[in-house]
Ligand binder design. Structure first.
Ligand SMILES: N[C@@H](CCC(=O)N[C@@H](CS)C(=O)NCC(=O)O)C(=O)O
Length: 362
């Protein structure tokens, strides 16, 4: 039975970056293996930090393919907004943004991959909800993108608002918040629709392009990504209405407070760096800064909390130097010079009218 589980665990798909060791067994399997070796005293299960330090890399769950968020070229090099947050965690932990193994996951498999130990961290356009946060054995560690659900339609349909989709066939991916929001919205407004369930974005694009569905509903950001990959993007419109709140963020296994806090503060630090004007380009020069907020951030003033958390003194410095701050990550993947060109909107700093606000590092 355990052997069967082990076979299932090692047979899942992996993108394998260079020099990255083989997949590790899940925490449960590790305990079983250790217990059978030393029958009298099963060894202590390693914490996620201990385990990742031991193997010298972390595993990060990402989307199977969503331009701008997680996208792989033919050589298996991943790029994207979520991908860069995984790299930031690797830079903070190992002083090396490449010490991360990316695991592409569908909407249906993402949370189980976390609870079974296949991944250590999930950055996969996942909405933080009450049910997910309290009953799946996972905890959300913050928000890296404030999103909402929208609709993509063919211009030729002359549909200008969601209410005009009464009776339409709508493409939607399963295991998502999108499915329930769609049902709720149409019920609330006494409208009818037929869902066309598409397992992946790629299948959805095919169905939508072949007009097997009248509209594609997904997170607003995902719709920009989808539209950017259509053969004639100009012939499609993302409707202005947003029907839900989709705070997307990282998740970790529950009951590992240290790992939770590490990843929560990594995300906070990326946001605070932008607020403090600390970038990958100027951070070296800021080693001489006499601004205490910057000195605490980059580690020239030591904070005992850093050692307690199990991080090195210069974790935030290394991370910003190697990956950039929140705004740099946003611009590189979603900003005006990218094919997606998504307005920052809610994802602007709070000082500029958005919701990006990090508790102080002090
Ligand atoms: N944020 C929503 C939606 C996430 C989601 O999976 N969206 C679809 C958008 S179409 C997706 O990314 N599918 C990717 C795939 O092809 O696996 C959630 O957490 O449930």
């Amino acid at each position: 039975m355990y052997f069967l589980l082990y076979l299932i665990a090692i047979s899942s798909t992996f993108a394998t970056p260079q020099n990255t060791p083989k997949q590790k067994p899940s925490p449960t399997l590790k305990v079983l293996a250790q217990a059978s070796k030393h029958k009298t005293s099963p060894q202590k299960v390693l914490s996620t930090l201990e385990q990742t330090k031991k193997q010298d890399y972390l595993t990060c769950g990402i989307n199977t393919g969503l331009a701008g968020f997680a996208y792989s070229d033919q050589k298996g090099n991943w790029t994207g907004f979520d991908v860069d947050f995984c790299r930031a965690s690797a830079a903070a932990l190992f002083n090396d943004p490449t010490r991360v193994k990316f695991v592409p996951l569908t909407s249906k498999t993402r949370f189980t991959a976390l609870t079974t130990g296949e991944i250590d961290l999930l950055y996969r356009n996942s909405t933080w909800t009450y049910t997910r946060d309290t009953s799946l054995g996972i905890s959300f560690a913050g928000v890296n993108y404030y999103d909402g659900q929208g609709f993509l339609v063919h211009n030729s349909s002359h549909v200008n608002s969601v209410k005009e989709l009464d009776g339409a066939t709508i493409c939607v991916t399963p295991g998502t918040t999108t499915e329930l929001n769609l049902a709720d919205y149409f019920r609330k407004h006494s409208l009818k629709y037929s869902p066309l369930i598409v397992e992946t974005v790629q299948q959805g694009i095919k169905a939508y392009e072949a007009k097997r569905c009248d509209a594609f509903t997904a997170d607003y950001s995902a719709l920009h990504s989808i539209r950017s990959t259509l053969s004639s993007a100009d012939e499609h419109t993302i409707l202005a209405e947003i029907i839900s709140k989709e705070p997307l963020g990282p998740a970790v296994r529950k009951n590992d407070d240290q790992w939770f806090k590490i990843n929560s503060w990594i995300l906070i630090a990326l946001k605070n760096a932008e607020e403090l004007g600390i970038t990958s380009k100027n951070i070296e020069g800021l080693l001489k800064s006499n601004n205490p907020k910057i000195e605490r951030f980059i580690g020239t003033i030591n904070l005992p909390a850093t050692t307690q958390l199990g991080l090195s003194k210069h974790w935030a410095f290394n991370m910003i130097k190697m990956v950039g701050n929140y705004g740099e990550i946003y611009d590189r993947n979603l900003g005006p010079n990218t094919p997606l060109n998504i307005q920052r909107g809610l994802n602007k700093l709070w000082t500029e009218g958005g919701l990006i606000y990090g508790p102080p590092i002090r």
